[in-house]
Ligand binder design. Structure first.
Ligand code: NAP
Length: 634
């Protein structure tokens, strides 16, 4: 189909706004023109090369624009294309990790039966707890395998964290093109970094489009799960609007996320405060900040994201910072996606795939940033060359954004290495601090008073509204529900008897057969590789593989062996030791990634991304025990 609906000017505008590396790759895939293969990356092209490429793309699109989708090239060709796209040689592990990132398939990463689909017993089913991103992906995975499932969701719509977080200017801080799901390719983001409302709408759309919504019971909260040894099933006590309900399931999958439970800090005098106290995850729909004196406590990703918008509305804004953060800008943050770029995605076969691939590719190169380099440190470096360089760039960014104001810079410059905490994206935070009607408060909070907050220096800051952006109860995994495993031990008691929550590859705990966690302990990759939503797909596919194995082998249960759990965690502790976040330079004890009580990494998987990914794509079956009949241990 030729491009009858777009003239040269429109196409030129689209190509000018496009990612030129993605344009080159899509054009090459469509034309096979060797001159395109010989071009360097866009950043290294001459002006003439750039202009010729753009012109060639416009001419080609005028004649050939179409809404066709390109088939996935064979392995050898795909590898050649991926290497051409970023100008890097890829090892086997790297190729395996990246190949589906281009999303040419209908359901990248997810698993499907080949010709060997066994009969699925009539009573085999799964219950998925949570209807956020990960729960919806898991449900689609079950659906692809023909496994009956029910999603139970404590809220009244899909969306998870995007459902509960409705504070001013909430939005994604990874580019939407990579944050969207690789199997739902038809979404046209309004902005490069989609707003919370749009992400919520997107998850709702995916849930409905793939039939998950119809299998979801909203306003259903899991209270207790008990493994019934005799039946080989999980018995669930679920709180519903009509009281407690009993459900039974062969497989229990928790998809309750990291950020389900707000951390409510019990500040002294909190109850004395005469104004309103709000946690961002409980933002009242009718809250007006117009003309009010507002405080924001906390400068994690949440606090940072909202201050610019709050300062626009409030009469006065006070930002209470306990620990400075490294805060980085993002290209195109806050910018609308041009309609011409949407046109390109619809009419330039392969462009969507390569734009997505190129947007995510830098994330595959971040592992060096999070590891110590002892040789570099012996020569006087702080962490490693890339980390130290990033530190310099971010410090220069602070200078620029604050207009060189030392009274701000000296208080916001962190004394630890970047990437030791979750990276925070700037949304006009530094600029807001330079406003006359905005104060940065770094004196510790002593107590709340009737009129405001009193800090350690005795100053009372008069306030009408206090926003406590103090984060979430991240490491209370699975809380507040209770889970009783094969031998009757509750999972939190099991964890408390050791050194806190642990899991095998973030997903399984011994003695808890047929139970899987999405985003369990130590599952957040320390250096990302794929975007987070893709990890949900990778983890769901692992669970899919386990269920396929069970069904093929007519097993009643699958569980991780105690030996595999112990040796995995031992290796994880060793690997974690080299992380910047665990070192003094990384600011250990200043971090939700690191659990101070146990002195260890509790949220992150320390592995190089492709190594971690491979643990799910190619499971170590020796670590997992399948039993024909569920029977007592011993
Ligand atoms: P957070 O990163 O845990 O930050 C909590 C903030 O509250 C920190 O500044 C912390 O200070 C401060 N705080 C906690 N207790 C305090 C106390 N007793 N007194 C004073 N200050 C206190 O939480 P978050 O900002 O809600 O972010 C959580 C996660 O949500 C992020 O890491 C990210 O993964 C996700 N998120 C994502 C987006 C997105 O755009 N995609 C947006 C928001 C959040 P200290 O640093 O001193 O502990």
């Amino acid at each position: 189909m030729a491009a009858t609906d777009a003239d040269r000017d429109t196409i030129r505008k689209a190509i000018d706004a496009a990612d030129l590396n993605a344009v080159r790759m899509a054009l090459y895939q469509n034309t096979g023109d060797p001159a395109l293969a010989a071009l360097p990356l866009a950043k290294d092209m001459s002006d003439e090369q750039r202009d010729t490429l753009r012109q060639q793309a416009v001419d080609w699109l005028l004649a050939n624009a179409s809404n066709a989708r390109l088939p996935e090239p064979d392995d050898a060709e795909l590898r050649r294309l991926l290497e051409m796209a970023t100008g890097e040689q890829l090892g086997d592990l790297e190729f395996a990790a990246r190949r589906e990132q281009t999303a040419f398939k209908d359901y990248p990463f997810l698993v499907q039966w080949g010709g060997d689909r066994p009969d699925i017993p009539a009573d085999f089913n799964a219950v998925i707890v949570g209807s956020g991103f990960s729960g919806v992906v898991m449900a689609v995975q079950c659906q692809l395998l023909g496994i009956p499932y029910t999603v139970i969701e404590k809220g009244d719509e899909p969306g998870g964290t995007w459902n509960i977080n409705r504070y001013p200017d909430v939005r994604v801080d990874t580019i939407s093109l990579t944050y969207e799901l690789s199997f739902e390719k038809d979404w046209r983001w309004k902005e490069y970094f989609g707003r919370g409302e749009e992400v919520r709408t997107y998850i709702n759309h995916v849930s409905r489009k793939f039939g998950v919504f119809a299998n979801t019971r909203f306003n259903h909260a899991l209270a207790k799960a008990t493994f019934d040894e005799a039946k080989g099933k999980w018995l669930l006590d679920v709180d519903t609007p009509n009281g407690s309900e009993r459900m039974e399931t062969s497989v229990l999958i928790t998809a309750t996320g990291l950020f389900a439970n707000p951390k409510i800090v019990d500040f002294p005098g909190r109850d004395d405060f005469g104004g309103e106290i709000v946690h961002p995850a409980r933002w009242p729909a009718d809250l007006s900040l117009e003309g009010k004196r507002v405080a924001v406590i906390g400068n994690g990703s949440t606090g940072i994201q909202m201050v610019g918008a709050i300062a626009e509305q409030a009469a006065h804004t006070s930002v209470f910072q306990r620990t400075p953060q490294w805060i980085a800008p993002r290209d195109k943050y806050g910018q609308p996606m041009e309609p011409e770029v949407h046109w390109l995605m619809d009419n330039f076969p392969g462009y969507w795939n390569w734009a997505r691939y190129m947007a995510g590719a830098p994330l595959f190169d971040t592992h060096a940033l999070v590891c110590n380099d002892p040789e570099w440190q012996a020569k006087g470096g702080k962490v490693n060359p890339v980390s130290d360089a990033m530190r310099g760039e971010l410090a220069a960014y602070i200078e620029r954004e604050t207009g060189g104001d030392r009274s701000i810079i000296d208080r916001v410059l962190p004394d630890y290495a970047p990437m030791s905490r979750r990276p925070v994206v700037d949304n006009g935070w530094y600029r807001a601090l330079t406003r006359d009607d905005c104060d940065l408060v770094t004196e510790p909070i002593e107590r709340f008073s009737a009129n405001g907050i009193v800090t350690g220096d005795g100053t009372e800051h008069p306030l009408d509204v206090v926003v406590t952006a103090t984060g979430f109860e991240v490491v209370k995994y699975l809380w507040p529900a209770q889970f009783f495993g094969r031998s009757g031990v509750e999972v939190h008691d099991f964890w408390d008897s050791g050194d806190g929550p642990r899991a095998y590859i973030g997903a399984m705990v011994p003695d808890f057969p047929n139970m899987f966690m999405l985003y369990g302990p130590n599952s957040q990759p320390v250096s990302s590789g794929p975007a987070q939503s893709t990890w949900f797909t990778i983890w769901s596919a692992f669970i899919g593989r386990c269920l396929m194995r069970m069904l093929r082998e007519q097993a009643a249960t699958i569980e991780v062996t105690r030996e595999a759990y112990d040796s995995y965690n031992k290796a994880l502790d060793v690997e974690s030791r080299n992380l910047v976040m665990m070192s003094k330079e990384g600011g250990i004890e200043k971090n939700y990634y690191v659990d101070n009580e146990h002195g260890r990494v509790l949220v992150n998987a320390p592995w190089y991304g492709p190594v971690f990914q491979n643990m799910f794509a190619d499971p170590d079956w020796d670590a997992l025990e399948l039993r024909r009949e569920s029977a007592p241990v011993g």
